[in-house]
Every structure is written in structure tokens, then in C-alpha cells.
Design a binder for this molecule. Structure first.
Ligand SMILES: Cc1cc2nc3c(=O)[nH]c(=O)nc-3n(C[C@H](O)[C@H](O)[C@H](O)COP(=O)(O)O)c2cc1C
Length: 300
């Protein structure tokens, strides 16, 4: 009798025992496996519960870069004994506050993105005042994570234009979604950008993702994105206040090439490229309406 016929003979003559054994084994395996899954789940829940939560619902440490550092040895990036000094800006009565709020609104409501510039130069002192104004912006833990590069040199403006136009050619033809390109049609934007040569000054806003402290330690830049965005808003307000115009642009995929061209370090990221100056006498802007107050304001 060979092995196969012996197996068949055993199964035929002991089928009750064989099937009972199989059912018992299957039931035991299922119970064992289920218990293992339950144990694993309860261990993961326990682990999650061990992570303390602060009052805002976030994890205890949102920036855990100092893991491994002795907490008693940590030194603040600014001197711990930084004095607190009196702050008494002029107190204005309600009427004056109202008048100023109305005047400032009217001024800012005139701001438009301009895409055709007169080449008239802008005095250096004006450019410096505008950048100084942007530099007054608040920033996360006063890290001031910005670098403003001002380009007036015609050759450098031309080099910037070449890079932006090469990338924009690819952006429009391959990289941006068709919907995106379609949404830009009302603004008549194109890969060709004469304003990059025509505008008397190009302001490039770089975000420092981190920096270095005098003691050689890495300096964390908390909330660098929003800090730079606020500084850019103040920069635009300053340009508007002094009677000049700008084009807010975010050159897509140009960061590395423009950073190298302008010799900026690798911790900096290009966020905005703002050609600025006076509008070309024939400049036009799309006739856009702004959302009414009741669509942007929620009073509680
Ligand atoms: C973050 C950001 C990126 C922008 N990028 C470009 C751009 O790359 N090219 C451009 O021509 N305009 C750009 N704009 C300008 C907008 O198209 C413009 O602000 C918008 O149409 C409203 O017009 P206004 O600025 O005249 O009020 C950008 C604006 C912002 C805020």
C-alpha cells in the first residue's frame, strides 16, 4: 500500500475523527488570533493615551528638535534677561481712530497688482525705507525669518527674467493643471514677462527656514511662513503708502535657480518676487470687485 492510498483509506475510515480535529484546530486558531489582535490594539491605545495633550489639543511638543538635549541646559535664543521697557504710543481719541481707519482703508483699496511698469528709477533711500518698514513685522519668537533682495542692476534683472520665463514656459505647458491655466485667463498673464526687465526694482522675499545662533546652535524659526507672509503684507502697504505699485508674484519652480543666481544660502527659500516702481502710463488692470464686508466678516 503506497502513501496516497494509505491516506485515502485513513480518511475514509476515520472521517469523524479527522473532521472533528480540523474543526477544533480552526476554532482554537481563530480564538488565539483574535486575542492577539485585541492585545495589540489595546497596547496602541495605551501608547496614544500616554502622549500628554496640552490645552489646545495639540501634542505636547510641536517642534521636538531638542530631543536628547538636557532641558536644564537649554538657553533661549534671545537673552533671558531681556528688559521689558514702557511702551506708550500716542493715545488717539475715538474720532481720530475712526478717521484714520477710514483713510487707511481708502488708501489700501486703491492698491492694485500692476503688470506694466515705467522704467523711472526709484531712489535708494525709498527702497531702504520700504524694506525697513517690512522689517518691523512681527515674527514667531522674534526670529525675523526674512531676507529681502533688491535688484536694480539691468543685467541681473535680465538673468532673473530668463530663468522665470524658461520655468513659466514649462509651468504653463506641462506643470500647471489645465484648470489653473484657464483660471488665469482673465488676468492675461503669460510666460513672457517684460515687467521683469522694465520695472526699476525687483524685490525678492526669501524665507529663512532656520538660522544659526552665535553659539553655533541651530536657531529654530517658528511659524516662518506666516511671519514672512505678514512682512510681505506690510511691504505691500508701504509701497502703496508711498505712491508706488508692485506685482505680487510667486515664481513657480524658480526657487533653486534664483537662489543660486543671487547667492542665497540653502536655508533660504524664495517666497515672492515683487517687481515695483511706477505704473507704465498705459497700464491697465482687470476690473475686479472685492467681496463685501458681510462675506468676509463674522461678528460674534
Ligand atoms: C500669493 C500670490 C501670488 C500671486 N502670483 C501672481 C503671479 O505669479 N503672477 C501675476 O501676474 N499675479 C500674481 N498674483 C496677483 C493676483 O493675481 C492679484 O493679487 C489678484 O488678481 C487680485 O488683484 P489685485 O492685486 O489687483 O487686487 C499673486 C497674488 C498673490 C497674493
Amino acid at each position: 500500500m503506497n502513501v496516497i492510498s494509505l491516506t485515502v483509506w485513513t480518511l475514509e475510515n476515520n472521517c469523524f475523527i479527522v473532521y472533528t480535529t480540523l474543526i477544533v484546530c480552526f476554532t482554537a486558531f481563530t480564538i488565539f488570533h483574535q486575542k492577539r489582535l485585541e492585545d495589540r490594539y489595546s497596547r496602541s491605545v495605551e501608547r496614544k493615551e500616554k502622549i500628554p495633550r496640552n490645552f489646545s489639543g495639540g501634542r505636547e511638543r510641536d517642534f521636538p528638535d531638542d530631543e536628547g538635549d538636557d532641558p536644564d541646559q537649554l538657553i533661549p535664543a534671545l537673552p533671558e534677561d531681556t528688559p521689558h521697557i514702557p511702551y506708550q504710543p500716542p493715545r488717539r481719541c475715538d474720532e481720530e481712530v475712526l478717521k484714520r481707519s477710514q483713510e487707511f482703508y481708502e488708501l489700501m483699496a486703491q492698491r492694485r497688482t500692476v503688470r506694466a511698469f515705467s522704467p523711472e528709477p526709484i531712489p535708494d533711500e525709498v527702497l531702504e525705507n520700504i524694506i525697513k518698514t517690512a522689517g518691523t513685522s512681527p515674527s514667531g519668537a522674534h526670529t525675523e525669518p526674512w531676507t529681502f533682495v533688491v535688484v536694480q542692476d539691468p543685467e541681473m534683472k535680465e538673468a532673473i527674467r530668463t530663468i522665470v520665463e524658461e520655468e513659466e514656459d514649462l509651468n504653463y505647458s506641462k506643470r500647471m493643471s489645465r484648470q489653473w491655466v484657464t483660471d488665469l485667463k482673465p488676468f492675461a498673464t503669460k510666460p513672457v514677462k517684460p515687467y521683469l526687465s522694465d520695472a526699476p526694482a525687483l524685490l525678492l522675499v526669501f524665507r529663512q527656514t532656520y538660522s544659526w545662533r552665535p553659539d553655533g546652535k541651530k536657531k529654530m524659526h517658528y511659524y516662518s511662513e506666516i511671519s514672512v507672509a505678514i512682512a510681505a503684507g506690510i511691504l505691500l502697504a508701504a509701497i502703496q503708502y508711498c505712491g508706488l505699485v508692485a506685482l505680487t508674484s510667486t515664481p513657480l519652480n524658480c526657487n533653486a535657480r534664483l537662489r543660486d543666481l543671487l547667492s542665497r544660502p540653502s536655508n533660504e527659500r524664495l517666497e515672492l518676487l515683487l517687481p515695483m516702481g511706477r505704473p507704465h502710463e498705459g497700464a491697465t488692470v482687470p476690473d475686479l470687485a472685492r467681496k463685501p464686508l458681510n462675506e468676509i466678516l463674522v461678528k460674534i
